[in-house]
Structures are given as C-alpha cells and as structure tokens.
Design a protein around this ligand. Structure first.
Ligand code: NAI
Length: 331
C-alpha cells in the first residue's frame, strides 16, 4: 500500500489474515518507488500516487497483477498502459458521496459567513462585525457541474437550503428532475446564472480547465466557485486573475492543479515553492483544504472494506465488478 496515512492503516490491518498480508509505505507511488512492490500480487494506491506508464511497467516487471485504488477518481492512473500490461485496475466507486458534498457545503458556508475570519478574530478578542457580511443562501441559484453520485447529494443539500438548483451533466438523472431536486440546463447557462458553482465531474481530457479564463469571464460578478472534484478542472492562473479583478466573489478549493507533493504533506518547516498556490493563499476570499473532502469515519470504513473485497474478489474468483478500463471509462 502506497501513500498510507495513519488514519487509514488500522482500518486495513483489521482485514489482515492468512489470505491477505499487507506492506504499508508512506511514500507515494511513482516510477521511482514502484519497485517497492516487488514480491506483492497487488498494489493499493490513493489519489496522490502517480501510476503512470513508467510506474506500471516497473509494477509489471515486479509481478504485480492488480492495481487497487482506494479512491473513486482514477485520473492519476494510465489505464491504457495498465491494459497493455494486462493489469486490471479496480477502484472504490462510491464510499461516501455525502462526505464530499457535505464538505463542499462546509466550504460554502464558511466562505459566505466568513467563519474562518470570525474564529481568528474572537480569539484575538476582536468582536467587531466589520467585513463579516454574507448573503442568504435561500433563494440563490446553485449551479452543479456533474450530477453523478456526489453531484446528486450536492443538489439535495443545496435544495434543503432553499436554493434554486440548476445543473449541467453529461449523463442526466431523470429521477432528480422528476422529484424536483434540480433542472438541467447547458454549461453556459449554469456558468452565467449561478450564484454558486460547484464542480463534481471527473478530470478527463474533456474537463481539463473546464473553468478557464472564458468561463470565469461569463460567471456572475461575486459568484462563488467551489471545487471538490479535481484541481485541473480549474485553470488556477486564470482564477487568480479573476480574483484580483474582483470578478469572482470567492473560491473554495479542496483540490488544486499542482497539489501533488504538497497537499496531505506537512510542509510547515519548509518554504512553499509553488508561487500560484502561494498567491491563492493570500486572498481573504479563498478557502483551501488539503484534498480532505472524503475524510469522514464512514468513508474511511467503506474505502477499506471495498478495497479488500476488490482485491480478494479478484484473486479468488476473477471478480472485477469495480474495474475501470481505458475502453469503458476514457472518453
Ligand atoms: P460519478 O461518476 O458518479 O459522476 C460524475 C458525473 O460527471 C456524471 O454524472 C457524468 O455524466 C458527469 N460528467 C463526466 N464528464 C463530464 C463532462 N465532460 N461534462 C459534464 N459532465 C460530465 O462521480 P462522483 O462519484 O460523483 O465523483 C465525481 C468526482 O469527484 C470524482 O471523479 C473525483 O474526481 C472527485 N472526488 C473528490 C473527492 C475529494 O476528496 N475531494 C473524493 C471523491 C471523489
């Protein structure tokens, strides 16, 4: 297991028995570290691992027969290379869409009501209200891009706050429309009409920089942009320009284009080398979390249980229920 965190290890160790033994590495998977898999039947990777063609070739040479992802997203794996080497890739398709949608709403509420600022202020005995004004979510237009498992929960939560929910998604859910949770419109309409835009699409060549300079220019002045999908859905440099001009009202980012090697690491004794991230961190109306939207007890239990099932299912009976493959999953 690569990129092992303390919070997940005991949940996996509980499943160890005579059929399943595990070696835990804190190091991230890359072509430099893939050889650590020597002697193992499967590798287990997370979203910060780089499972590219070079790493997969090393895994194949090391005798690895399965790549089991502990994530739903799989943009960090070269599925075509895995196919070429005959190594199936499995994932955890849904461990808790609630966890991610609830975190998106946490970012929205915190940014809107400036809870982060208020918290710091009162600790300094500054009880002033100046600059803490927010807006009612009730009656606002909430735009969702991607209404899969997480987008659906986002729609239900936003609806609960009294928002008018509009969405754009490749696959549409008639049930969500029939039950009155949202209305589908085109991408341009979501961008132009929404007071809050929340991104819930996977990162693919098609969705890379979906929110670029042009899209940002079409958004409402002072609109809020929330990204709990993948960093590269947003062109971070274009976002900075928009924030500097005061066009975008606020941004809540759980993911960042160049997060690899930074997010989920303790760099508190180092100098941040990424100037784009450093600039983003200076805005009072930007809230950044370190790719933690998934991090609930329920999600972690589900990730461990499904990953173990994925691995044992494959080696016992060839079960590949949760497989992702280039043919099926790449546009
Ligand atoms: P899903 O597969 O259930 O839904 C994705 C939706 O996006 C589908 O409705 C699909 O039709 C739509 N879509 C795909 N390509 C599109 C395009 N080009 N234009 C418009 N719509 C498009 O996925 P789920 O479970 O809802 O997760 C969404 C993403 O959230 C994941 O791919 C992952 O990147 C991210 N994620 C982030 C986490 C975090 O901790 N921040 C945790 C889990 C997932």
């Amino acid at each position: 297991m690569f990129s092992t965190h303390d919070f997940e290890r005991p949940r996996f160790e509980r499943h160890a028995d005579e059929h399943l033994s595990m070696t835990f590495h804190e190091t991230r998977m890359s072509k430099k570290t893939a050889a650590l898999a020597e002697g193992h039947d499967a590798v287990c990777c997370f979203s910060e691992d780089t499972v590219d063609a070079d790493a997969i070739e090393i895994l194949a040479d090391a005798g690895v027969r399965l790549i089991a992802l502990r994530s739903a997203g799989f943009n960090n794996v070269d599925l075509r290379a895995a196919d070429r080497h005959g190594i199936p890739v499995v994932r955890v398709p849904a461990y808790s869409p609630h966890a991610v949608a609830e975190h998106a709403m946490a970012l929205i509420l915190c940014l809107n009501r400036k809870i982060h600022k208020a918290h710091n202020r009162v600790r300094d005995l500054n009880f002033s209200l100046e600059g803490l004004e927010g807006f009612d979510l009730h009656g606002k237009t909430f735009g969702i891009i991607g209404t899969g498992k997480i987008g659906e929960q986002m729609a239900r939560i936003a609806h609960g706050f009294g928002c008018n929910v509009i969405a754009f998604s490749k696959e549409k859910s008639e049930a969500l429309v029939k039950e009155g949770w949202l209305d589908y419109v085109d991408f341009e309409t979501v961008i132009a009409q929404a007071d809050i835009v929340s991104l819930h699409v996977p990162l693919t060549p098609e969705t890379r920089h979906l929110i670029d300079e042009q899209a940002l220019a079409k958004m409402k002045t002072r609109a809020m942009l929330i990204n709990t999908g993948r960093g590269a859905l947003i062109d971070a440099r274009a976002l900075i320009q928009s924030l500097k001009k005061g066009d975008i009202g606020a941004a809540g980012l759980d993911v960042y284009e160049e997060e690899e090697g930074v997010f989920r690491e303790d760099l508190s004794n180092q100098v941040l080398q990424d100037d784009t991230l450093a600039r983003l961190l200076t805005f009072p109306n930007v809230l950044i979390t370190s790719h933690q939207a998934f991090l609930t007890r329920e999600a972690l239990e589900n990730i461990a249980a499904t990953t173990v099932d994925n691995i044992l299912g494959y080696f016992r009976s060839g079960d590949l229920t949760n497989q992702v493959s280039a043919d099926k999953d790449l546009a």
